[in-house]
Design a protein around this ligand. Structure first.
Ligand SMILES: C[S@@+](CC[C@H](N)C(=O)[O-])C[C@H]1O[C@@H](n2cnc3c(N)ncnc32)[C@H](O)[C@@H]1O
Length: 279
């Protein structure tokens, strides 16, 4: 059973149709078919099940209903973010910012079941690669990344609940071109126009800069309608990146590491080119 508010929000979410504008078809095809709700949950061991069964007995009927409703709202909002454009999502949360908090409460709940969080792997990667690298965190959520490294981090999301986070559609950030060393998308390639987020990352990255993408593994399982990770990699390379490595070690997510290609002749005059060749 669902309250009237819940059903009103569900209907509003349903109004949003899948759009593929601005989306290079080859890239769109690679991962957009994977269903966002198809996020696997780790299997619980039976002892945990017994404990949670005992705990659930102590929950009141009302608490259980509230938890079920919260889970339903999270799934509805998650589905919405995957089936509309970034611009539409921005407008949606502008109208009702409390839905963003609802989404993140549900997201945190889901992540509490994951054995490892991708953002923690990225934090470790940054610590290993040096604090002088300037980072852009696209779809930063609660800005956990910025809070856990010494690097300068520009954090972007649809809603800002923290002064360090810039609220915007990340296909159009305020960053200068070629000003960033590392662009991060941690579970945030959600909109139907997600290729425009990658194009924005390409714009702001310095030549040779890193592009780090963490995505849910189920989106890359061709046996259940997901994309082929190799085709996805190929499509990203066509945007001007080269693939450095892929990390499949985790149960819940895949990590892709790319570098922006260095264009030798961009902005190069004939004189400077001759100078370069003859040096
Ligand atoms: C699944 S959460 C991941 C949050 C964070 N990166 C982490 O790993 O904890 C995805 C985030 O991307 C944000 N997002 C999705 N589309 C966006 C867009 N077009 N512009 C800015 N943020 C966006 C969502 O609002 C959400 O906070």
């Amino acid at each position: 059973m669902e309250d009237r508010e819940g059903s009103r929000k569900r209907k509003r979410a349903g109004r949003c149709r899948r759009k593929t504008d601005n989306n290079p078809s080859h890239l769109n095809k690679q991962i957009s078919e994977a269903h966002p709700a198809n996020v696997p949950q780790p299997k619980q061991d039976s002892s945990k099940l017994k404990t949670s069964h005992k705990a659930s007995k102590t929950l009141s009927f009302l608490d259980k209903m509230k938890a079920r409703l919260a889970g339903g709202h999270f799934r509805m909002l998650n589905e919405k973010l995957y089936t509309c454009t970034g611009k539409e999502a921005l407008e949606y949360f502008k109208e009702e910012p409390e839905l963003f908090d609802m989404y993140h409460a549900g997201y945190q709940e889901q992540m509490s079941h994951w054995p490892e969080l991708p953002v923690n792997i990225i934090i470790k990667w940054l610590k290993d690669h040096g604090s002088s690298l300037v980072v852009a965190d696209f779809g930063c959520g609660d800005a956990r990344l910025a809070k856990n490294v010494k690097n300068k981090v520009f954090s972007f999301d649809l809603v800002s609940n923290d002064p360090s986070v810039v609220a915007c559609d990340m296909s159009n950030t305020s960053l200068d071109s070629e000003s960033i060393d590392v662009a991060v998308f941690c579970l945030s390639l959600m909109g139907t126009n997600f290729s425009s987020y990658l194009q924005e990352a390409y714009r702001v990255l310095k030549p040779g800069g890193w592009l780090l993408i963490a995505e849910v593994k189920s989106r890359f399982d061709p046996t259940s309608g997901g994309a082929d990770p190799n085709n996805f990699t190929k499509a990203i390379c066509e945007l001007g990146f080269s693939s450095v490595s892929k990390d499949f070690a985790n149960k819940m997510f895949i990590l892709f590491y790319f570098k922006k290609k260095v264009s030798f002749f961009k902005g190069c005059t004939l004189d400077s080119y001759i100078d370069f060749v003859c040096r």
